[in-house]
Design a protein around this ligand. Structure first.
Ligand code: SF4
Length: 353
C-alpha cells in the first residue's frame, strides 16, 4: 500500500527532498531515495512499505536489548522491508535489503495499524517495538500504529530500535506528538570512514542524535556491535565509550558479539575476551551500566548492579529476568526524576520501571 509520506518538500522540476533521515535525498520524478522505499511519484513523495509488516512476534523487551526500560515486559515487534543503511554485516539483510536483493520485496498482505494493535491487545503485550529494519524508514506506518494504540491500547509503550540516523525533524515530530517512550541507538563505528564504508551512513548525525535523545528525556540505550578487525581495537572501544560518556555516563551501553552474516562472512565471531575487554574499558572510564550481549551462558554479564554500592538489582539469564529487586514495586523509593532508588543505598538508578 502506498501512502503519502511525511517530512518532505517539493523542489523545482518536480523533484522532492526527503527530510526523514540524514541522507536528505533529493529525488527525481519516478525515482526512489537511498532507502529505496520512498518514491517520488509525479512530484509527491510516497512511502512504499506502508502496511508491509514482517516478522510480527512477541518478544521480551530484554531481547531488543533494553535492560533499563520496563524490565520483564513483552512487546509486539515488527519491521518492514527497506533501510537507510546498507550494513555489510546486517543480520536482518533479507528484510533491510529486500528491495535490492529480491524481485518482490513487498509481497505480503497489508497489515493495517488497527490489526497490529488488535493482535497486541489480544496477546496482552505491554508495548510495541519497531525493529528488525530501521523504523525511521517506515515512520508513517509506525506513527499510525502508535496513534491507533493511543486510542485503544492506551497504557502501551512504544520503542524504536534504531541506527540513530533519523533527522532532527523526525525527532521533533516524535517529541511533539509524544510518539515514543524509548529509543535504542546503534553506535556502529567511531571512525567516519568506516561508518560510511560498512553502513553507508555517517558518524556525526548518530552522535548528535544520541545527545538529542538523551537530552529530550526519552529513555535511551546504546549498543555497539564489536566486529573483529573493524572496530575491536582498544582505541576504537575507548573512543566509542568516551563519545557516549560525553553525553552521560548513565546511559546503558551494550557490547554485542558479531557473527558472520551477509557480506562479512569471512570475518570470525567476536571472541568473548574482546567483549570482556570492552566491558572493562567502559567500566574503567566510568560508565555506570555496561552489558555484554549475544553471548549466552556467561553468568553476570547481563546483570544490573547499583553503580554506587554495587548491590545486585536485576539478574538476567538470556532474555529472562530471574531476579528484580524492583519487581513487586512495594516500598520502592522513586526520585524527583521518577527513577527508582537503590533499595540498599538510595542511589538513583537510570531505569524506567
Ligand atoms: S528516508 Fe532517508 S534514505 Fe530514504 S528517501 Fe528519505 S532521506 Fe533518503
Amino acid at each position: 500500500m502506498e501512502k503519502e509520506a511525511l517530512l518532505w518538500v517539493k523542489l523545482k522540476d518536480n523533484k522532492v527532498m526527503c527530510h526523514l533521515c540524514n541522507h536528505y535525498c533529493i529525488i527525481e520524478e519516478n525515482k526512489a531515495g537511498y532507502c529505496l522505499v520512498r518514491k517520488n511519484i509525479n512530484g509527491t513523495l510516497y512511502s512504499l512499505n506502508y502496511g508491509k509488516a514482517y516478522g510480527l512476534a512477541i518478544d521480551p523487551i530484554e531481547k531488543k536489548p533494553f535492560f533499563h526500560f520496563k524490565p520483564s515486559t513483552r512487546v509486539m515487534s515488527f519491521g518492514t522491508p527497506g533501510c537507510n543503511f546498507r550494513c555489510l554485516n546486517c543480520q536482518n539483510w533479507d528484510l533491510s535489503q529486500a528491495v535490492r536483493e529480491f524481485e518482490d520485496p513487498f509481497g505480503v498482505t497489508d497489515l493495517l495499524p488497527s490489526q497490529i494493535v488488535s493482535a497486541a491487545v489480544n496477546y496482552q503485550c505491554d508495548g510495541y517495538s519497531y525493529t528488525y529494519s530501521e523504523p525511521t524508514i517506515f515512520f508513517e506506518y509506525a506513527r499510525d500504529v502508535i496513534l491507533e494504540a493511543k486510542k485503544v491500547h492506551k497504557k502501551a509503550y512504544h520503542v524504536f530500535v534504531s541506527n540513530g540516523f533519523f533527522s532532527q525533524k523526525m525527532l521533533e515530530l516524535v517529541l511533539k506528538e509524544r510518539l515514543l517512550d524509548a529509543i535504542r541507538i546503534d553506535l556502529k563505528f567511531i571512525d567516519d570512514k568506516k561508518y560510511n564504508e560498512i553502513t553507508g551512513g555517517k558518524l556525526k548525525p548518530v552522535l548528535d542524535n544520541i545527545k538529542r535523545v538523551y537530552e529530550s528525556g526519552l529513555h535511551l540505550e546504546v549498543i555497539n556491535l564489536v566486529i573483529p578487525s573493524l572496530n575491536d581495537s582498544e582505541q576504537d572501544i575507548t573512543e566509542t565509550v568516551l563519545a557516549v560518556k560525553r553525553v552521560s555516563s548513565r546511559i546503558p551501553i551494550h557490547f554485542s558479539a558479531f557473527h558472520p552474516d551477509y557480506k562479512l562472512m569471512h570475518l570470525p565471531r567476536t571472541p568473548l575476551e574482546t567483549l570482556l575487554k570492552a566491558k572493562k574499558i567502559a567500566e574503567d572510564l566510568g560508565m555506570e551500566y555496561v552489558y555484554v550481549g549475544n553471548v549466552h551462558y556467561y553468568d553476570g554479564l547481563e546483570d544490573t548492579y547499583c553503580p554506587s554500592c554495587k548491590s545486585l538489582l536485576i539478574k538476567r539469564s538470556g532474555f529472562n529476568v530471574v531476579k528484580n529487586v524492583f519487581s513487586n514495586n512495594k516500598g520502592i523509593q522513586i526520585s524527583e526524576n521518577k527513577k527508582p532508588l537503590c533499595p540498599k543505598c538510595g542511589h538513583e538508578i537510570n531505569m524506567v520501571l
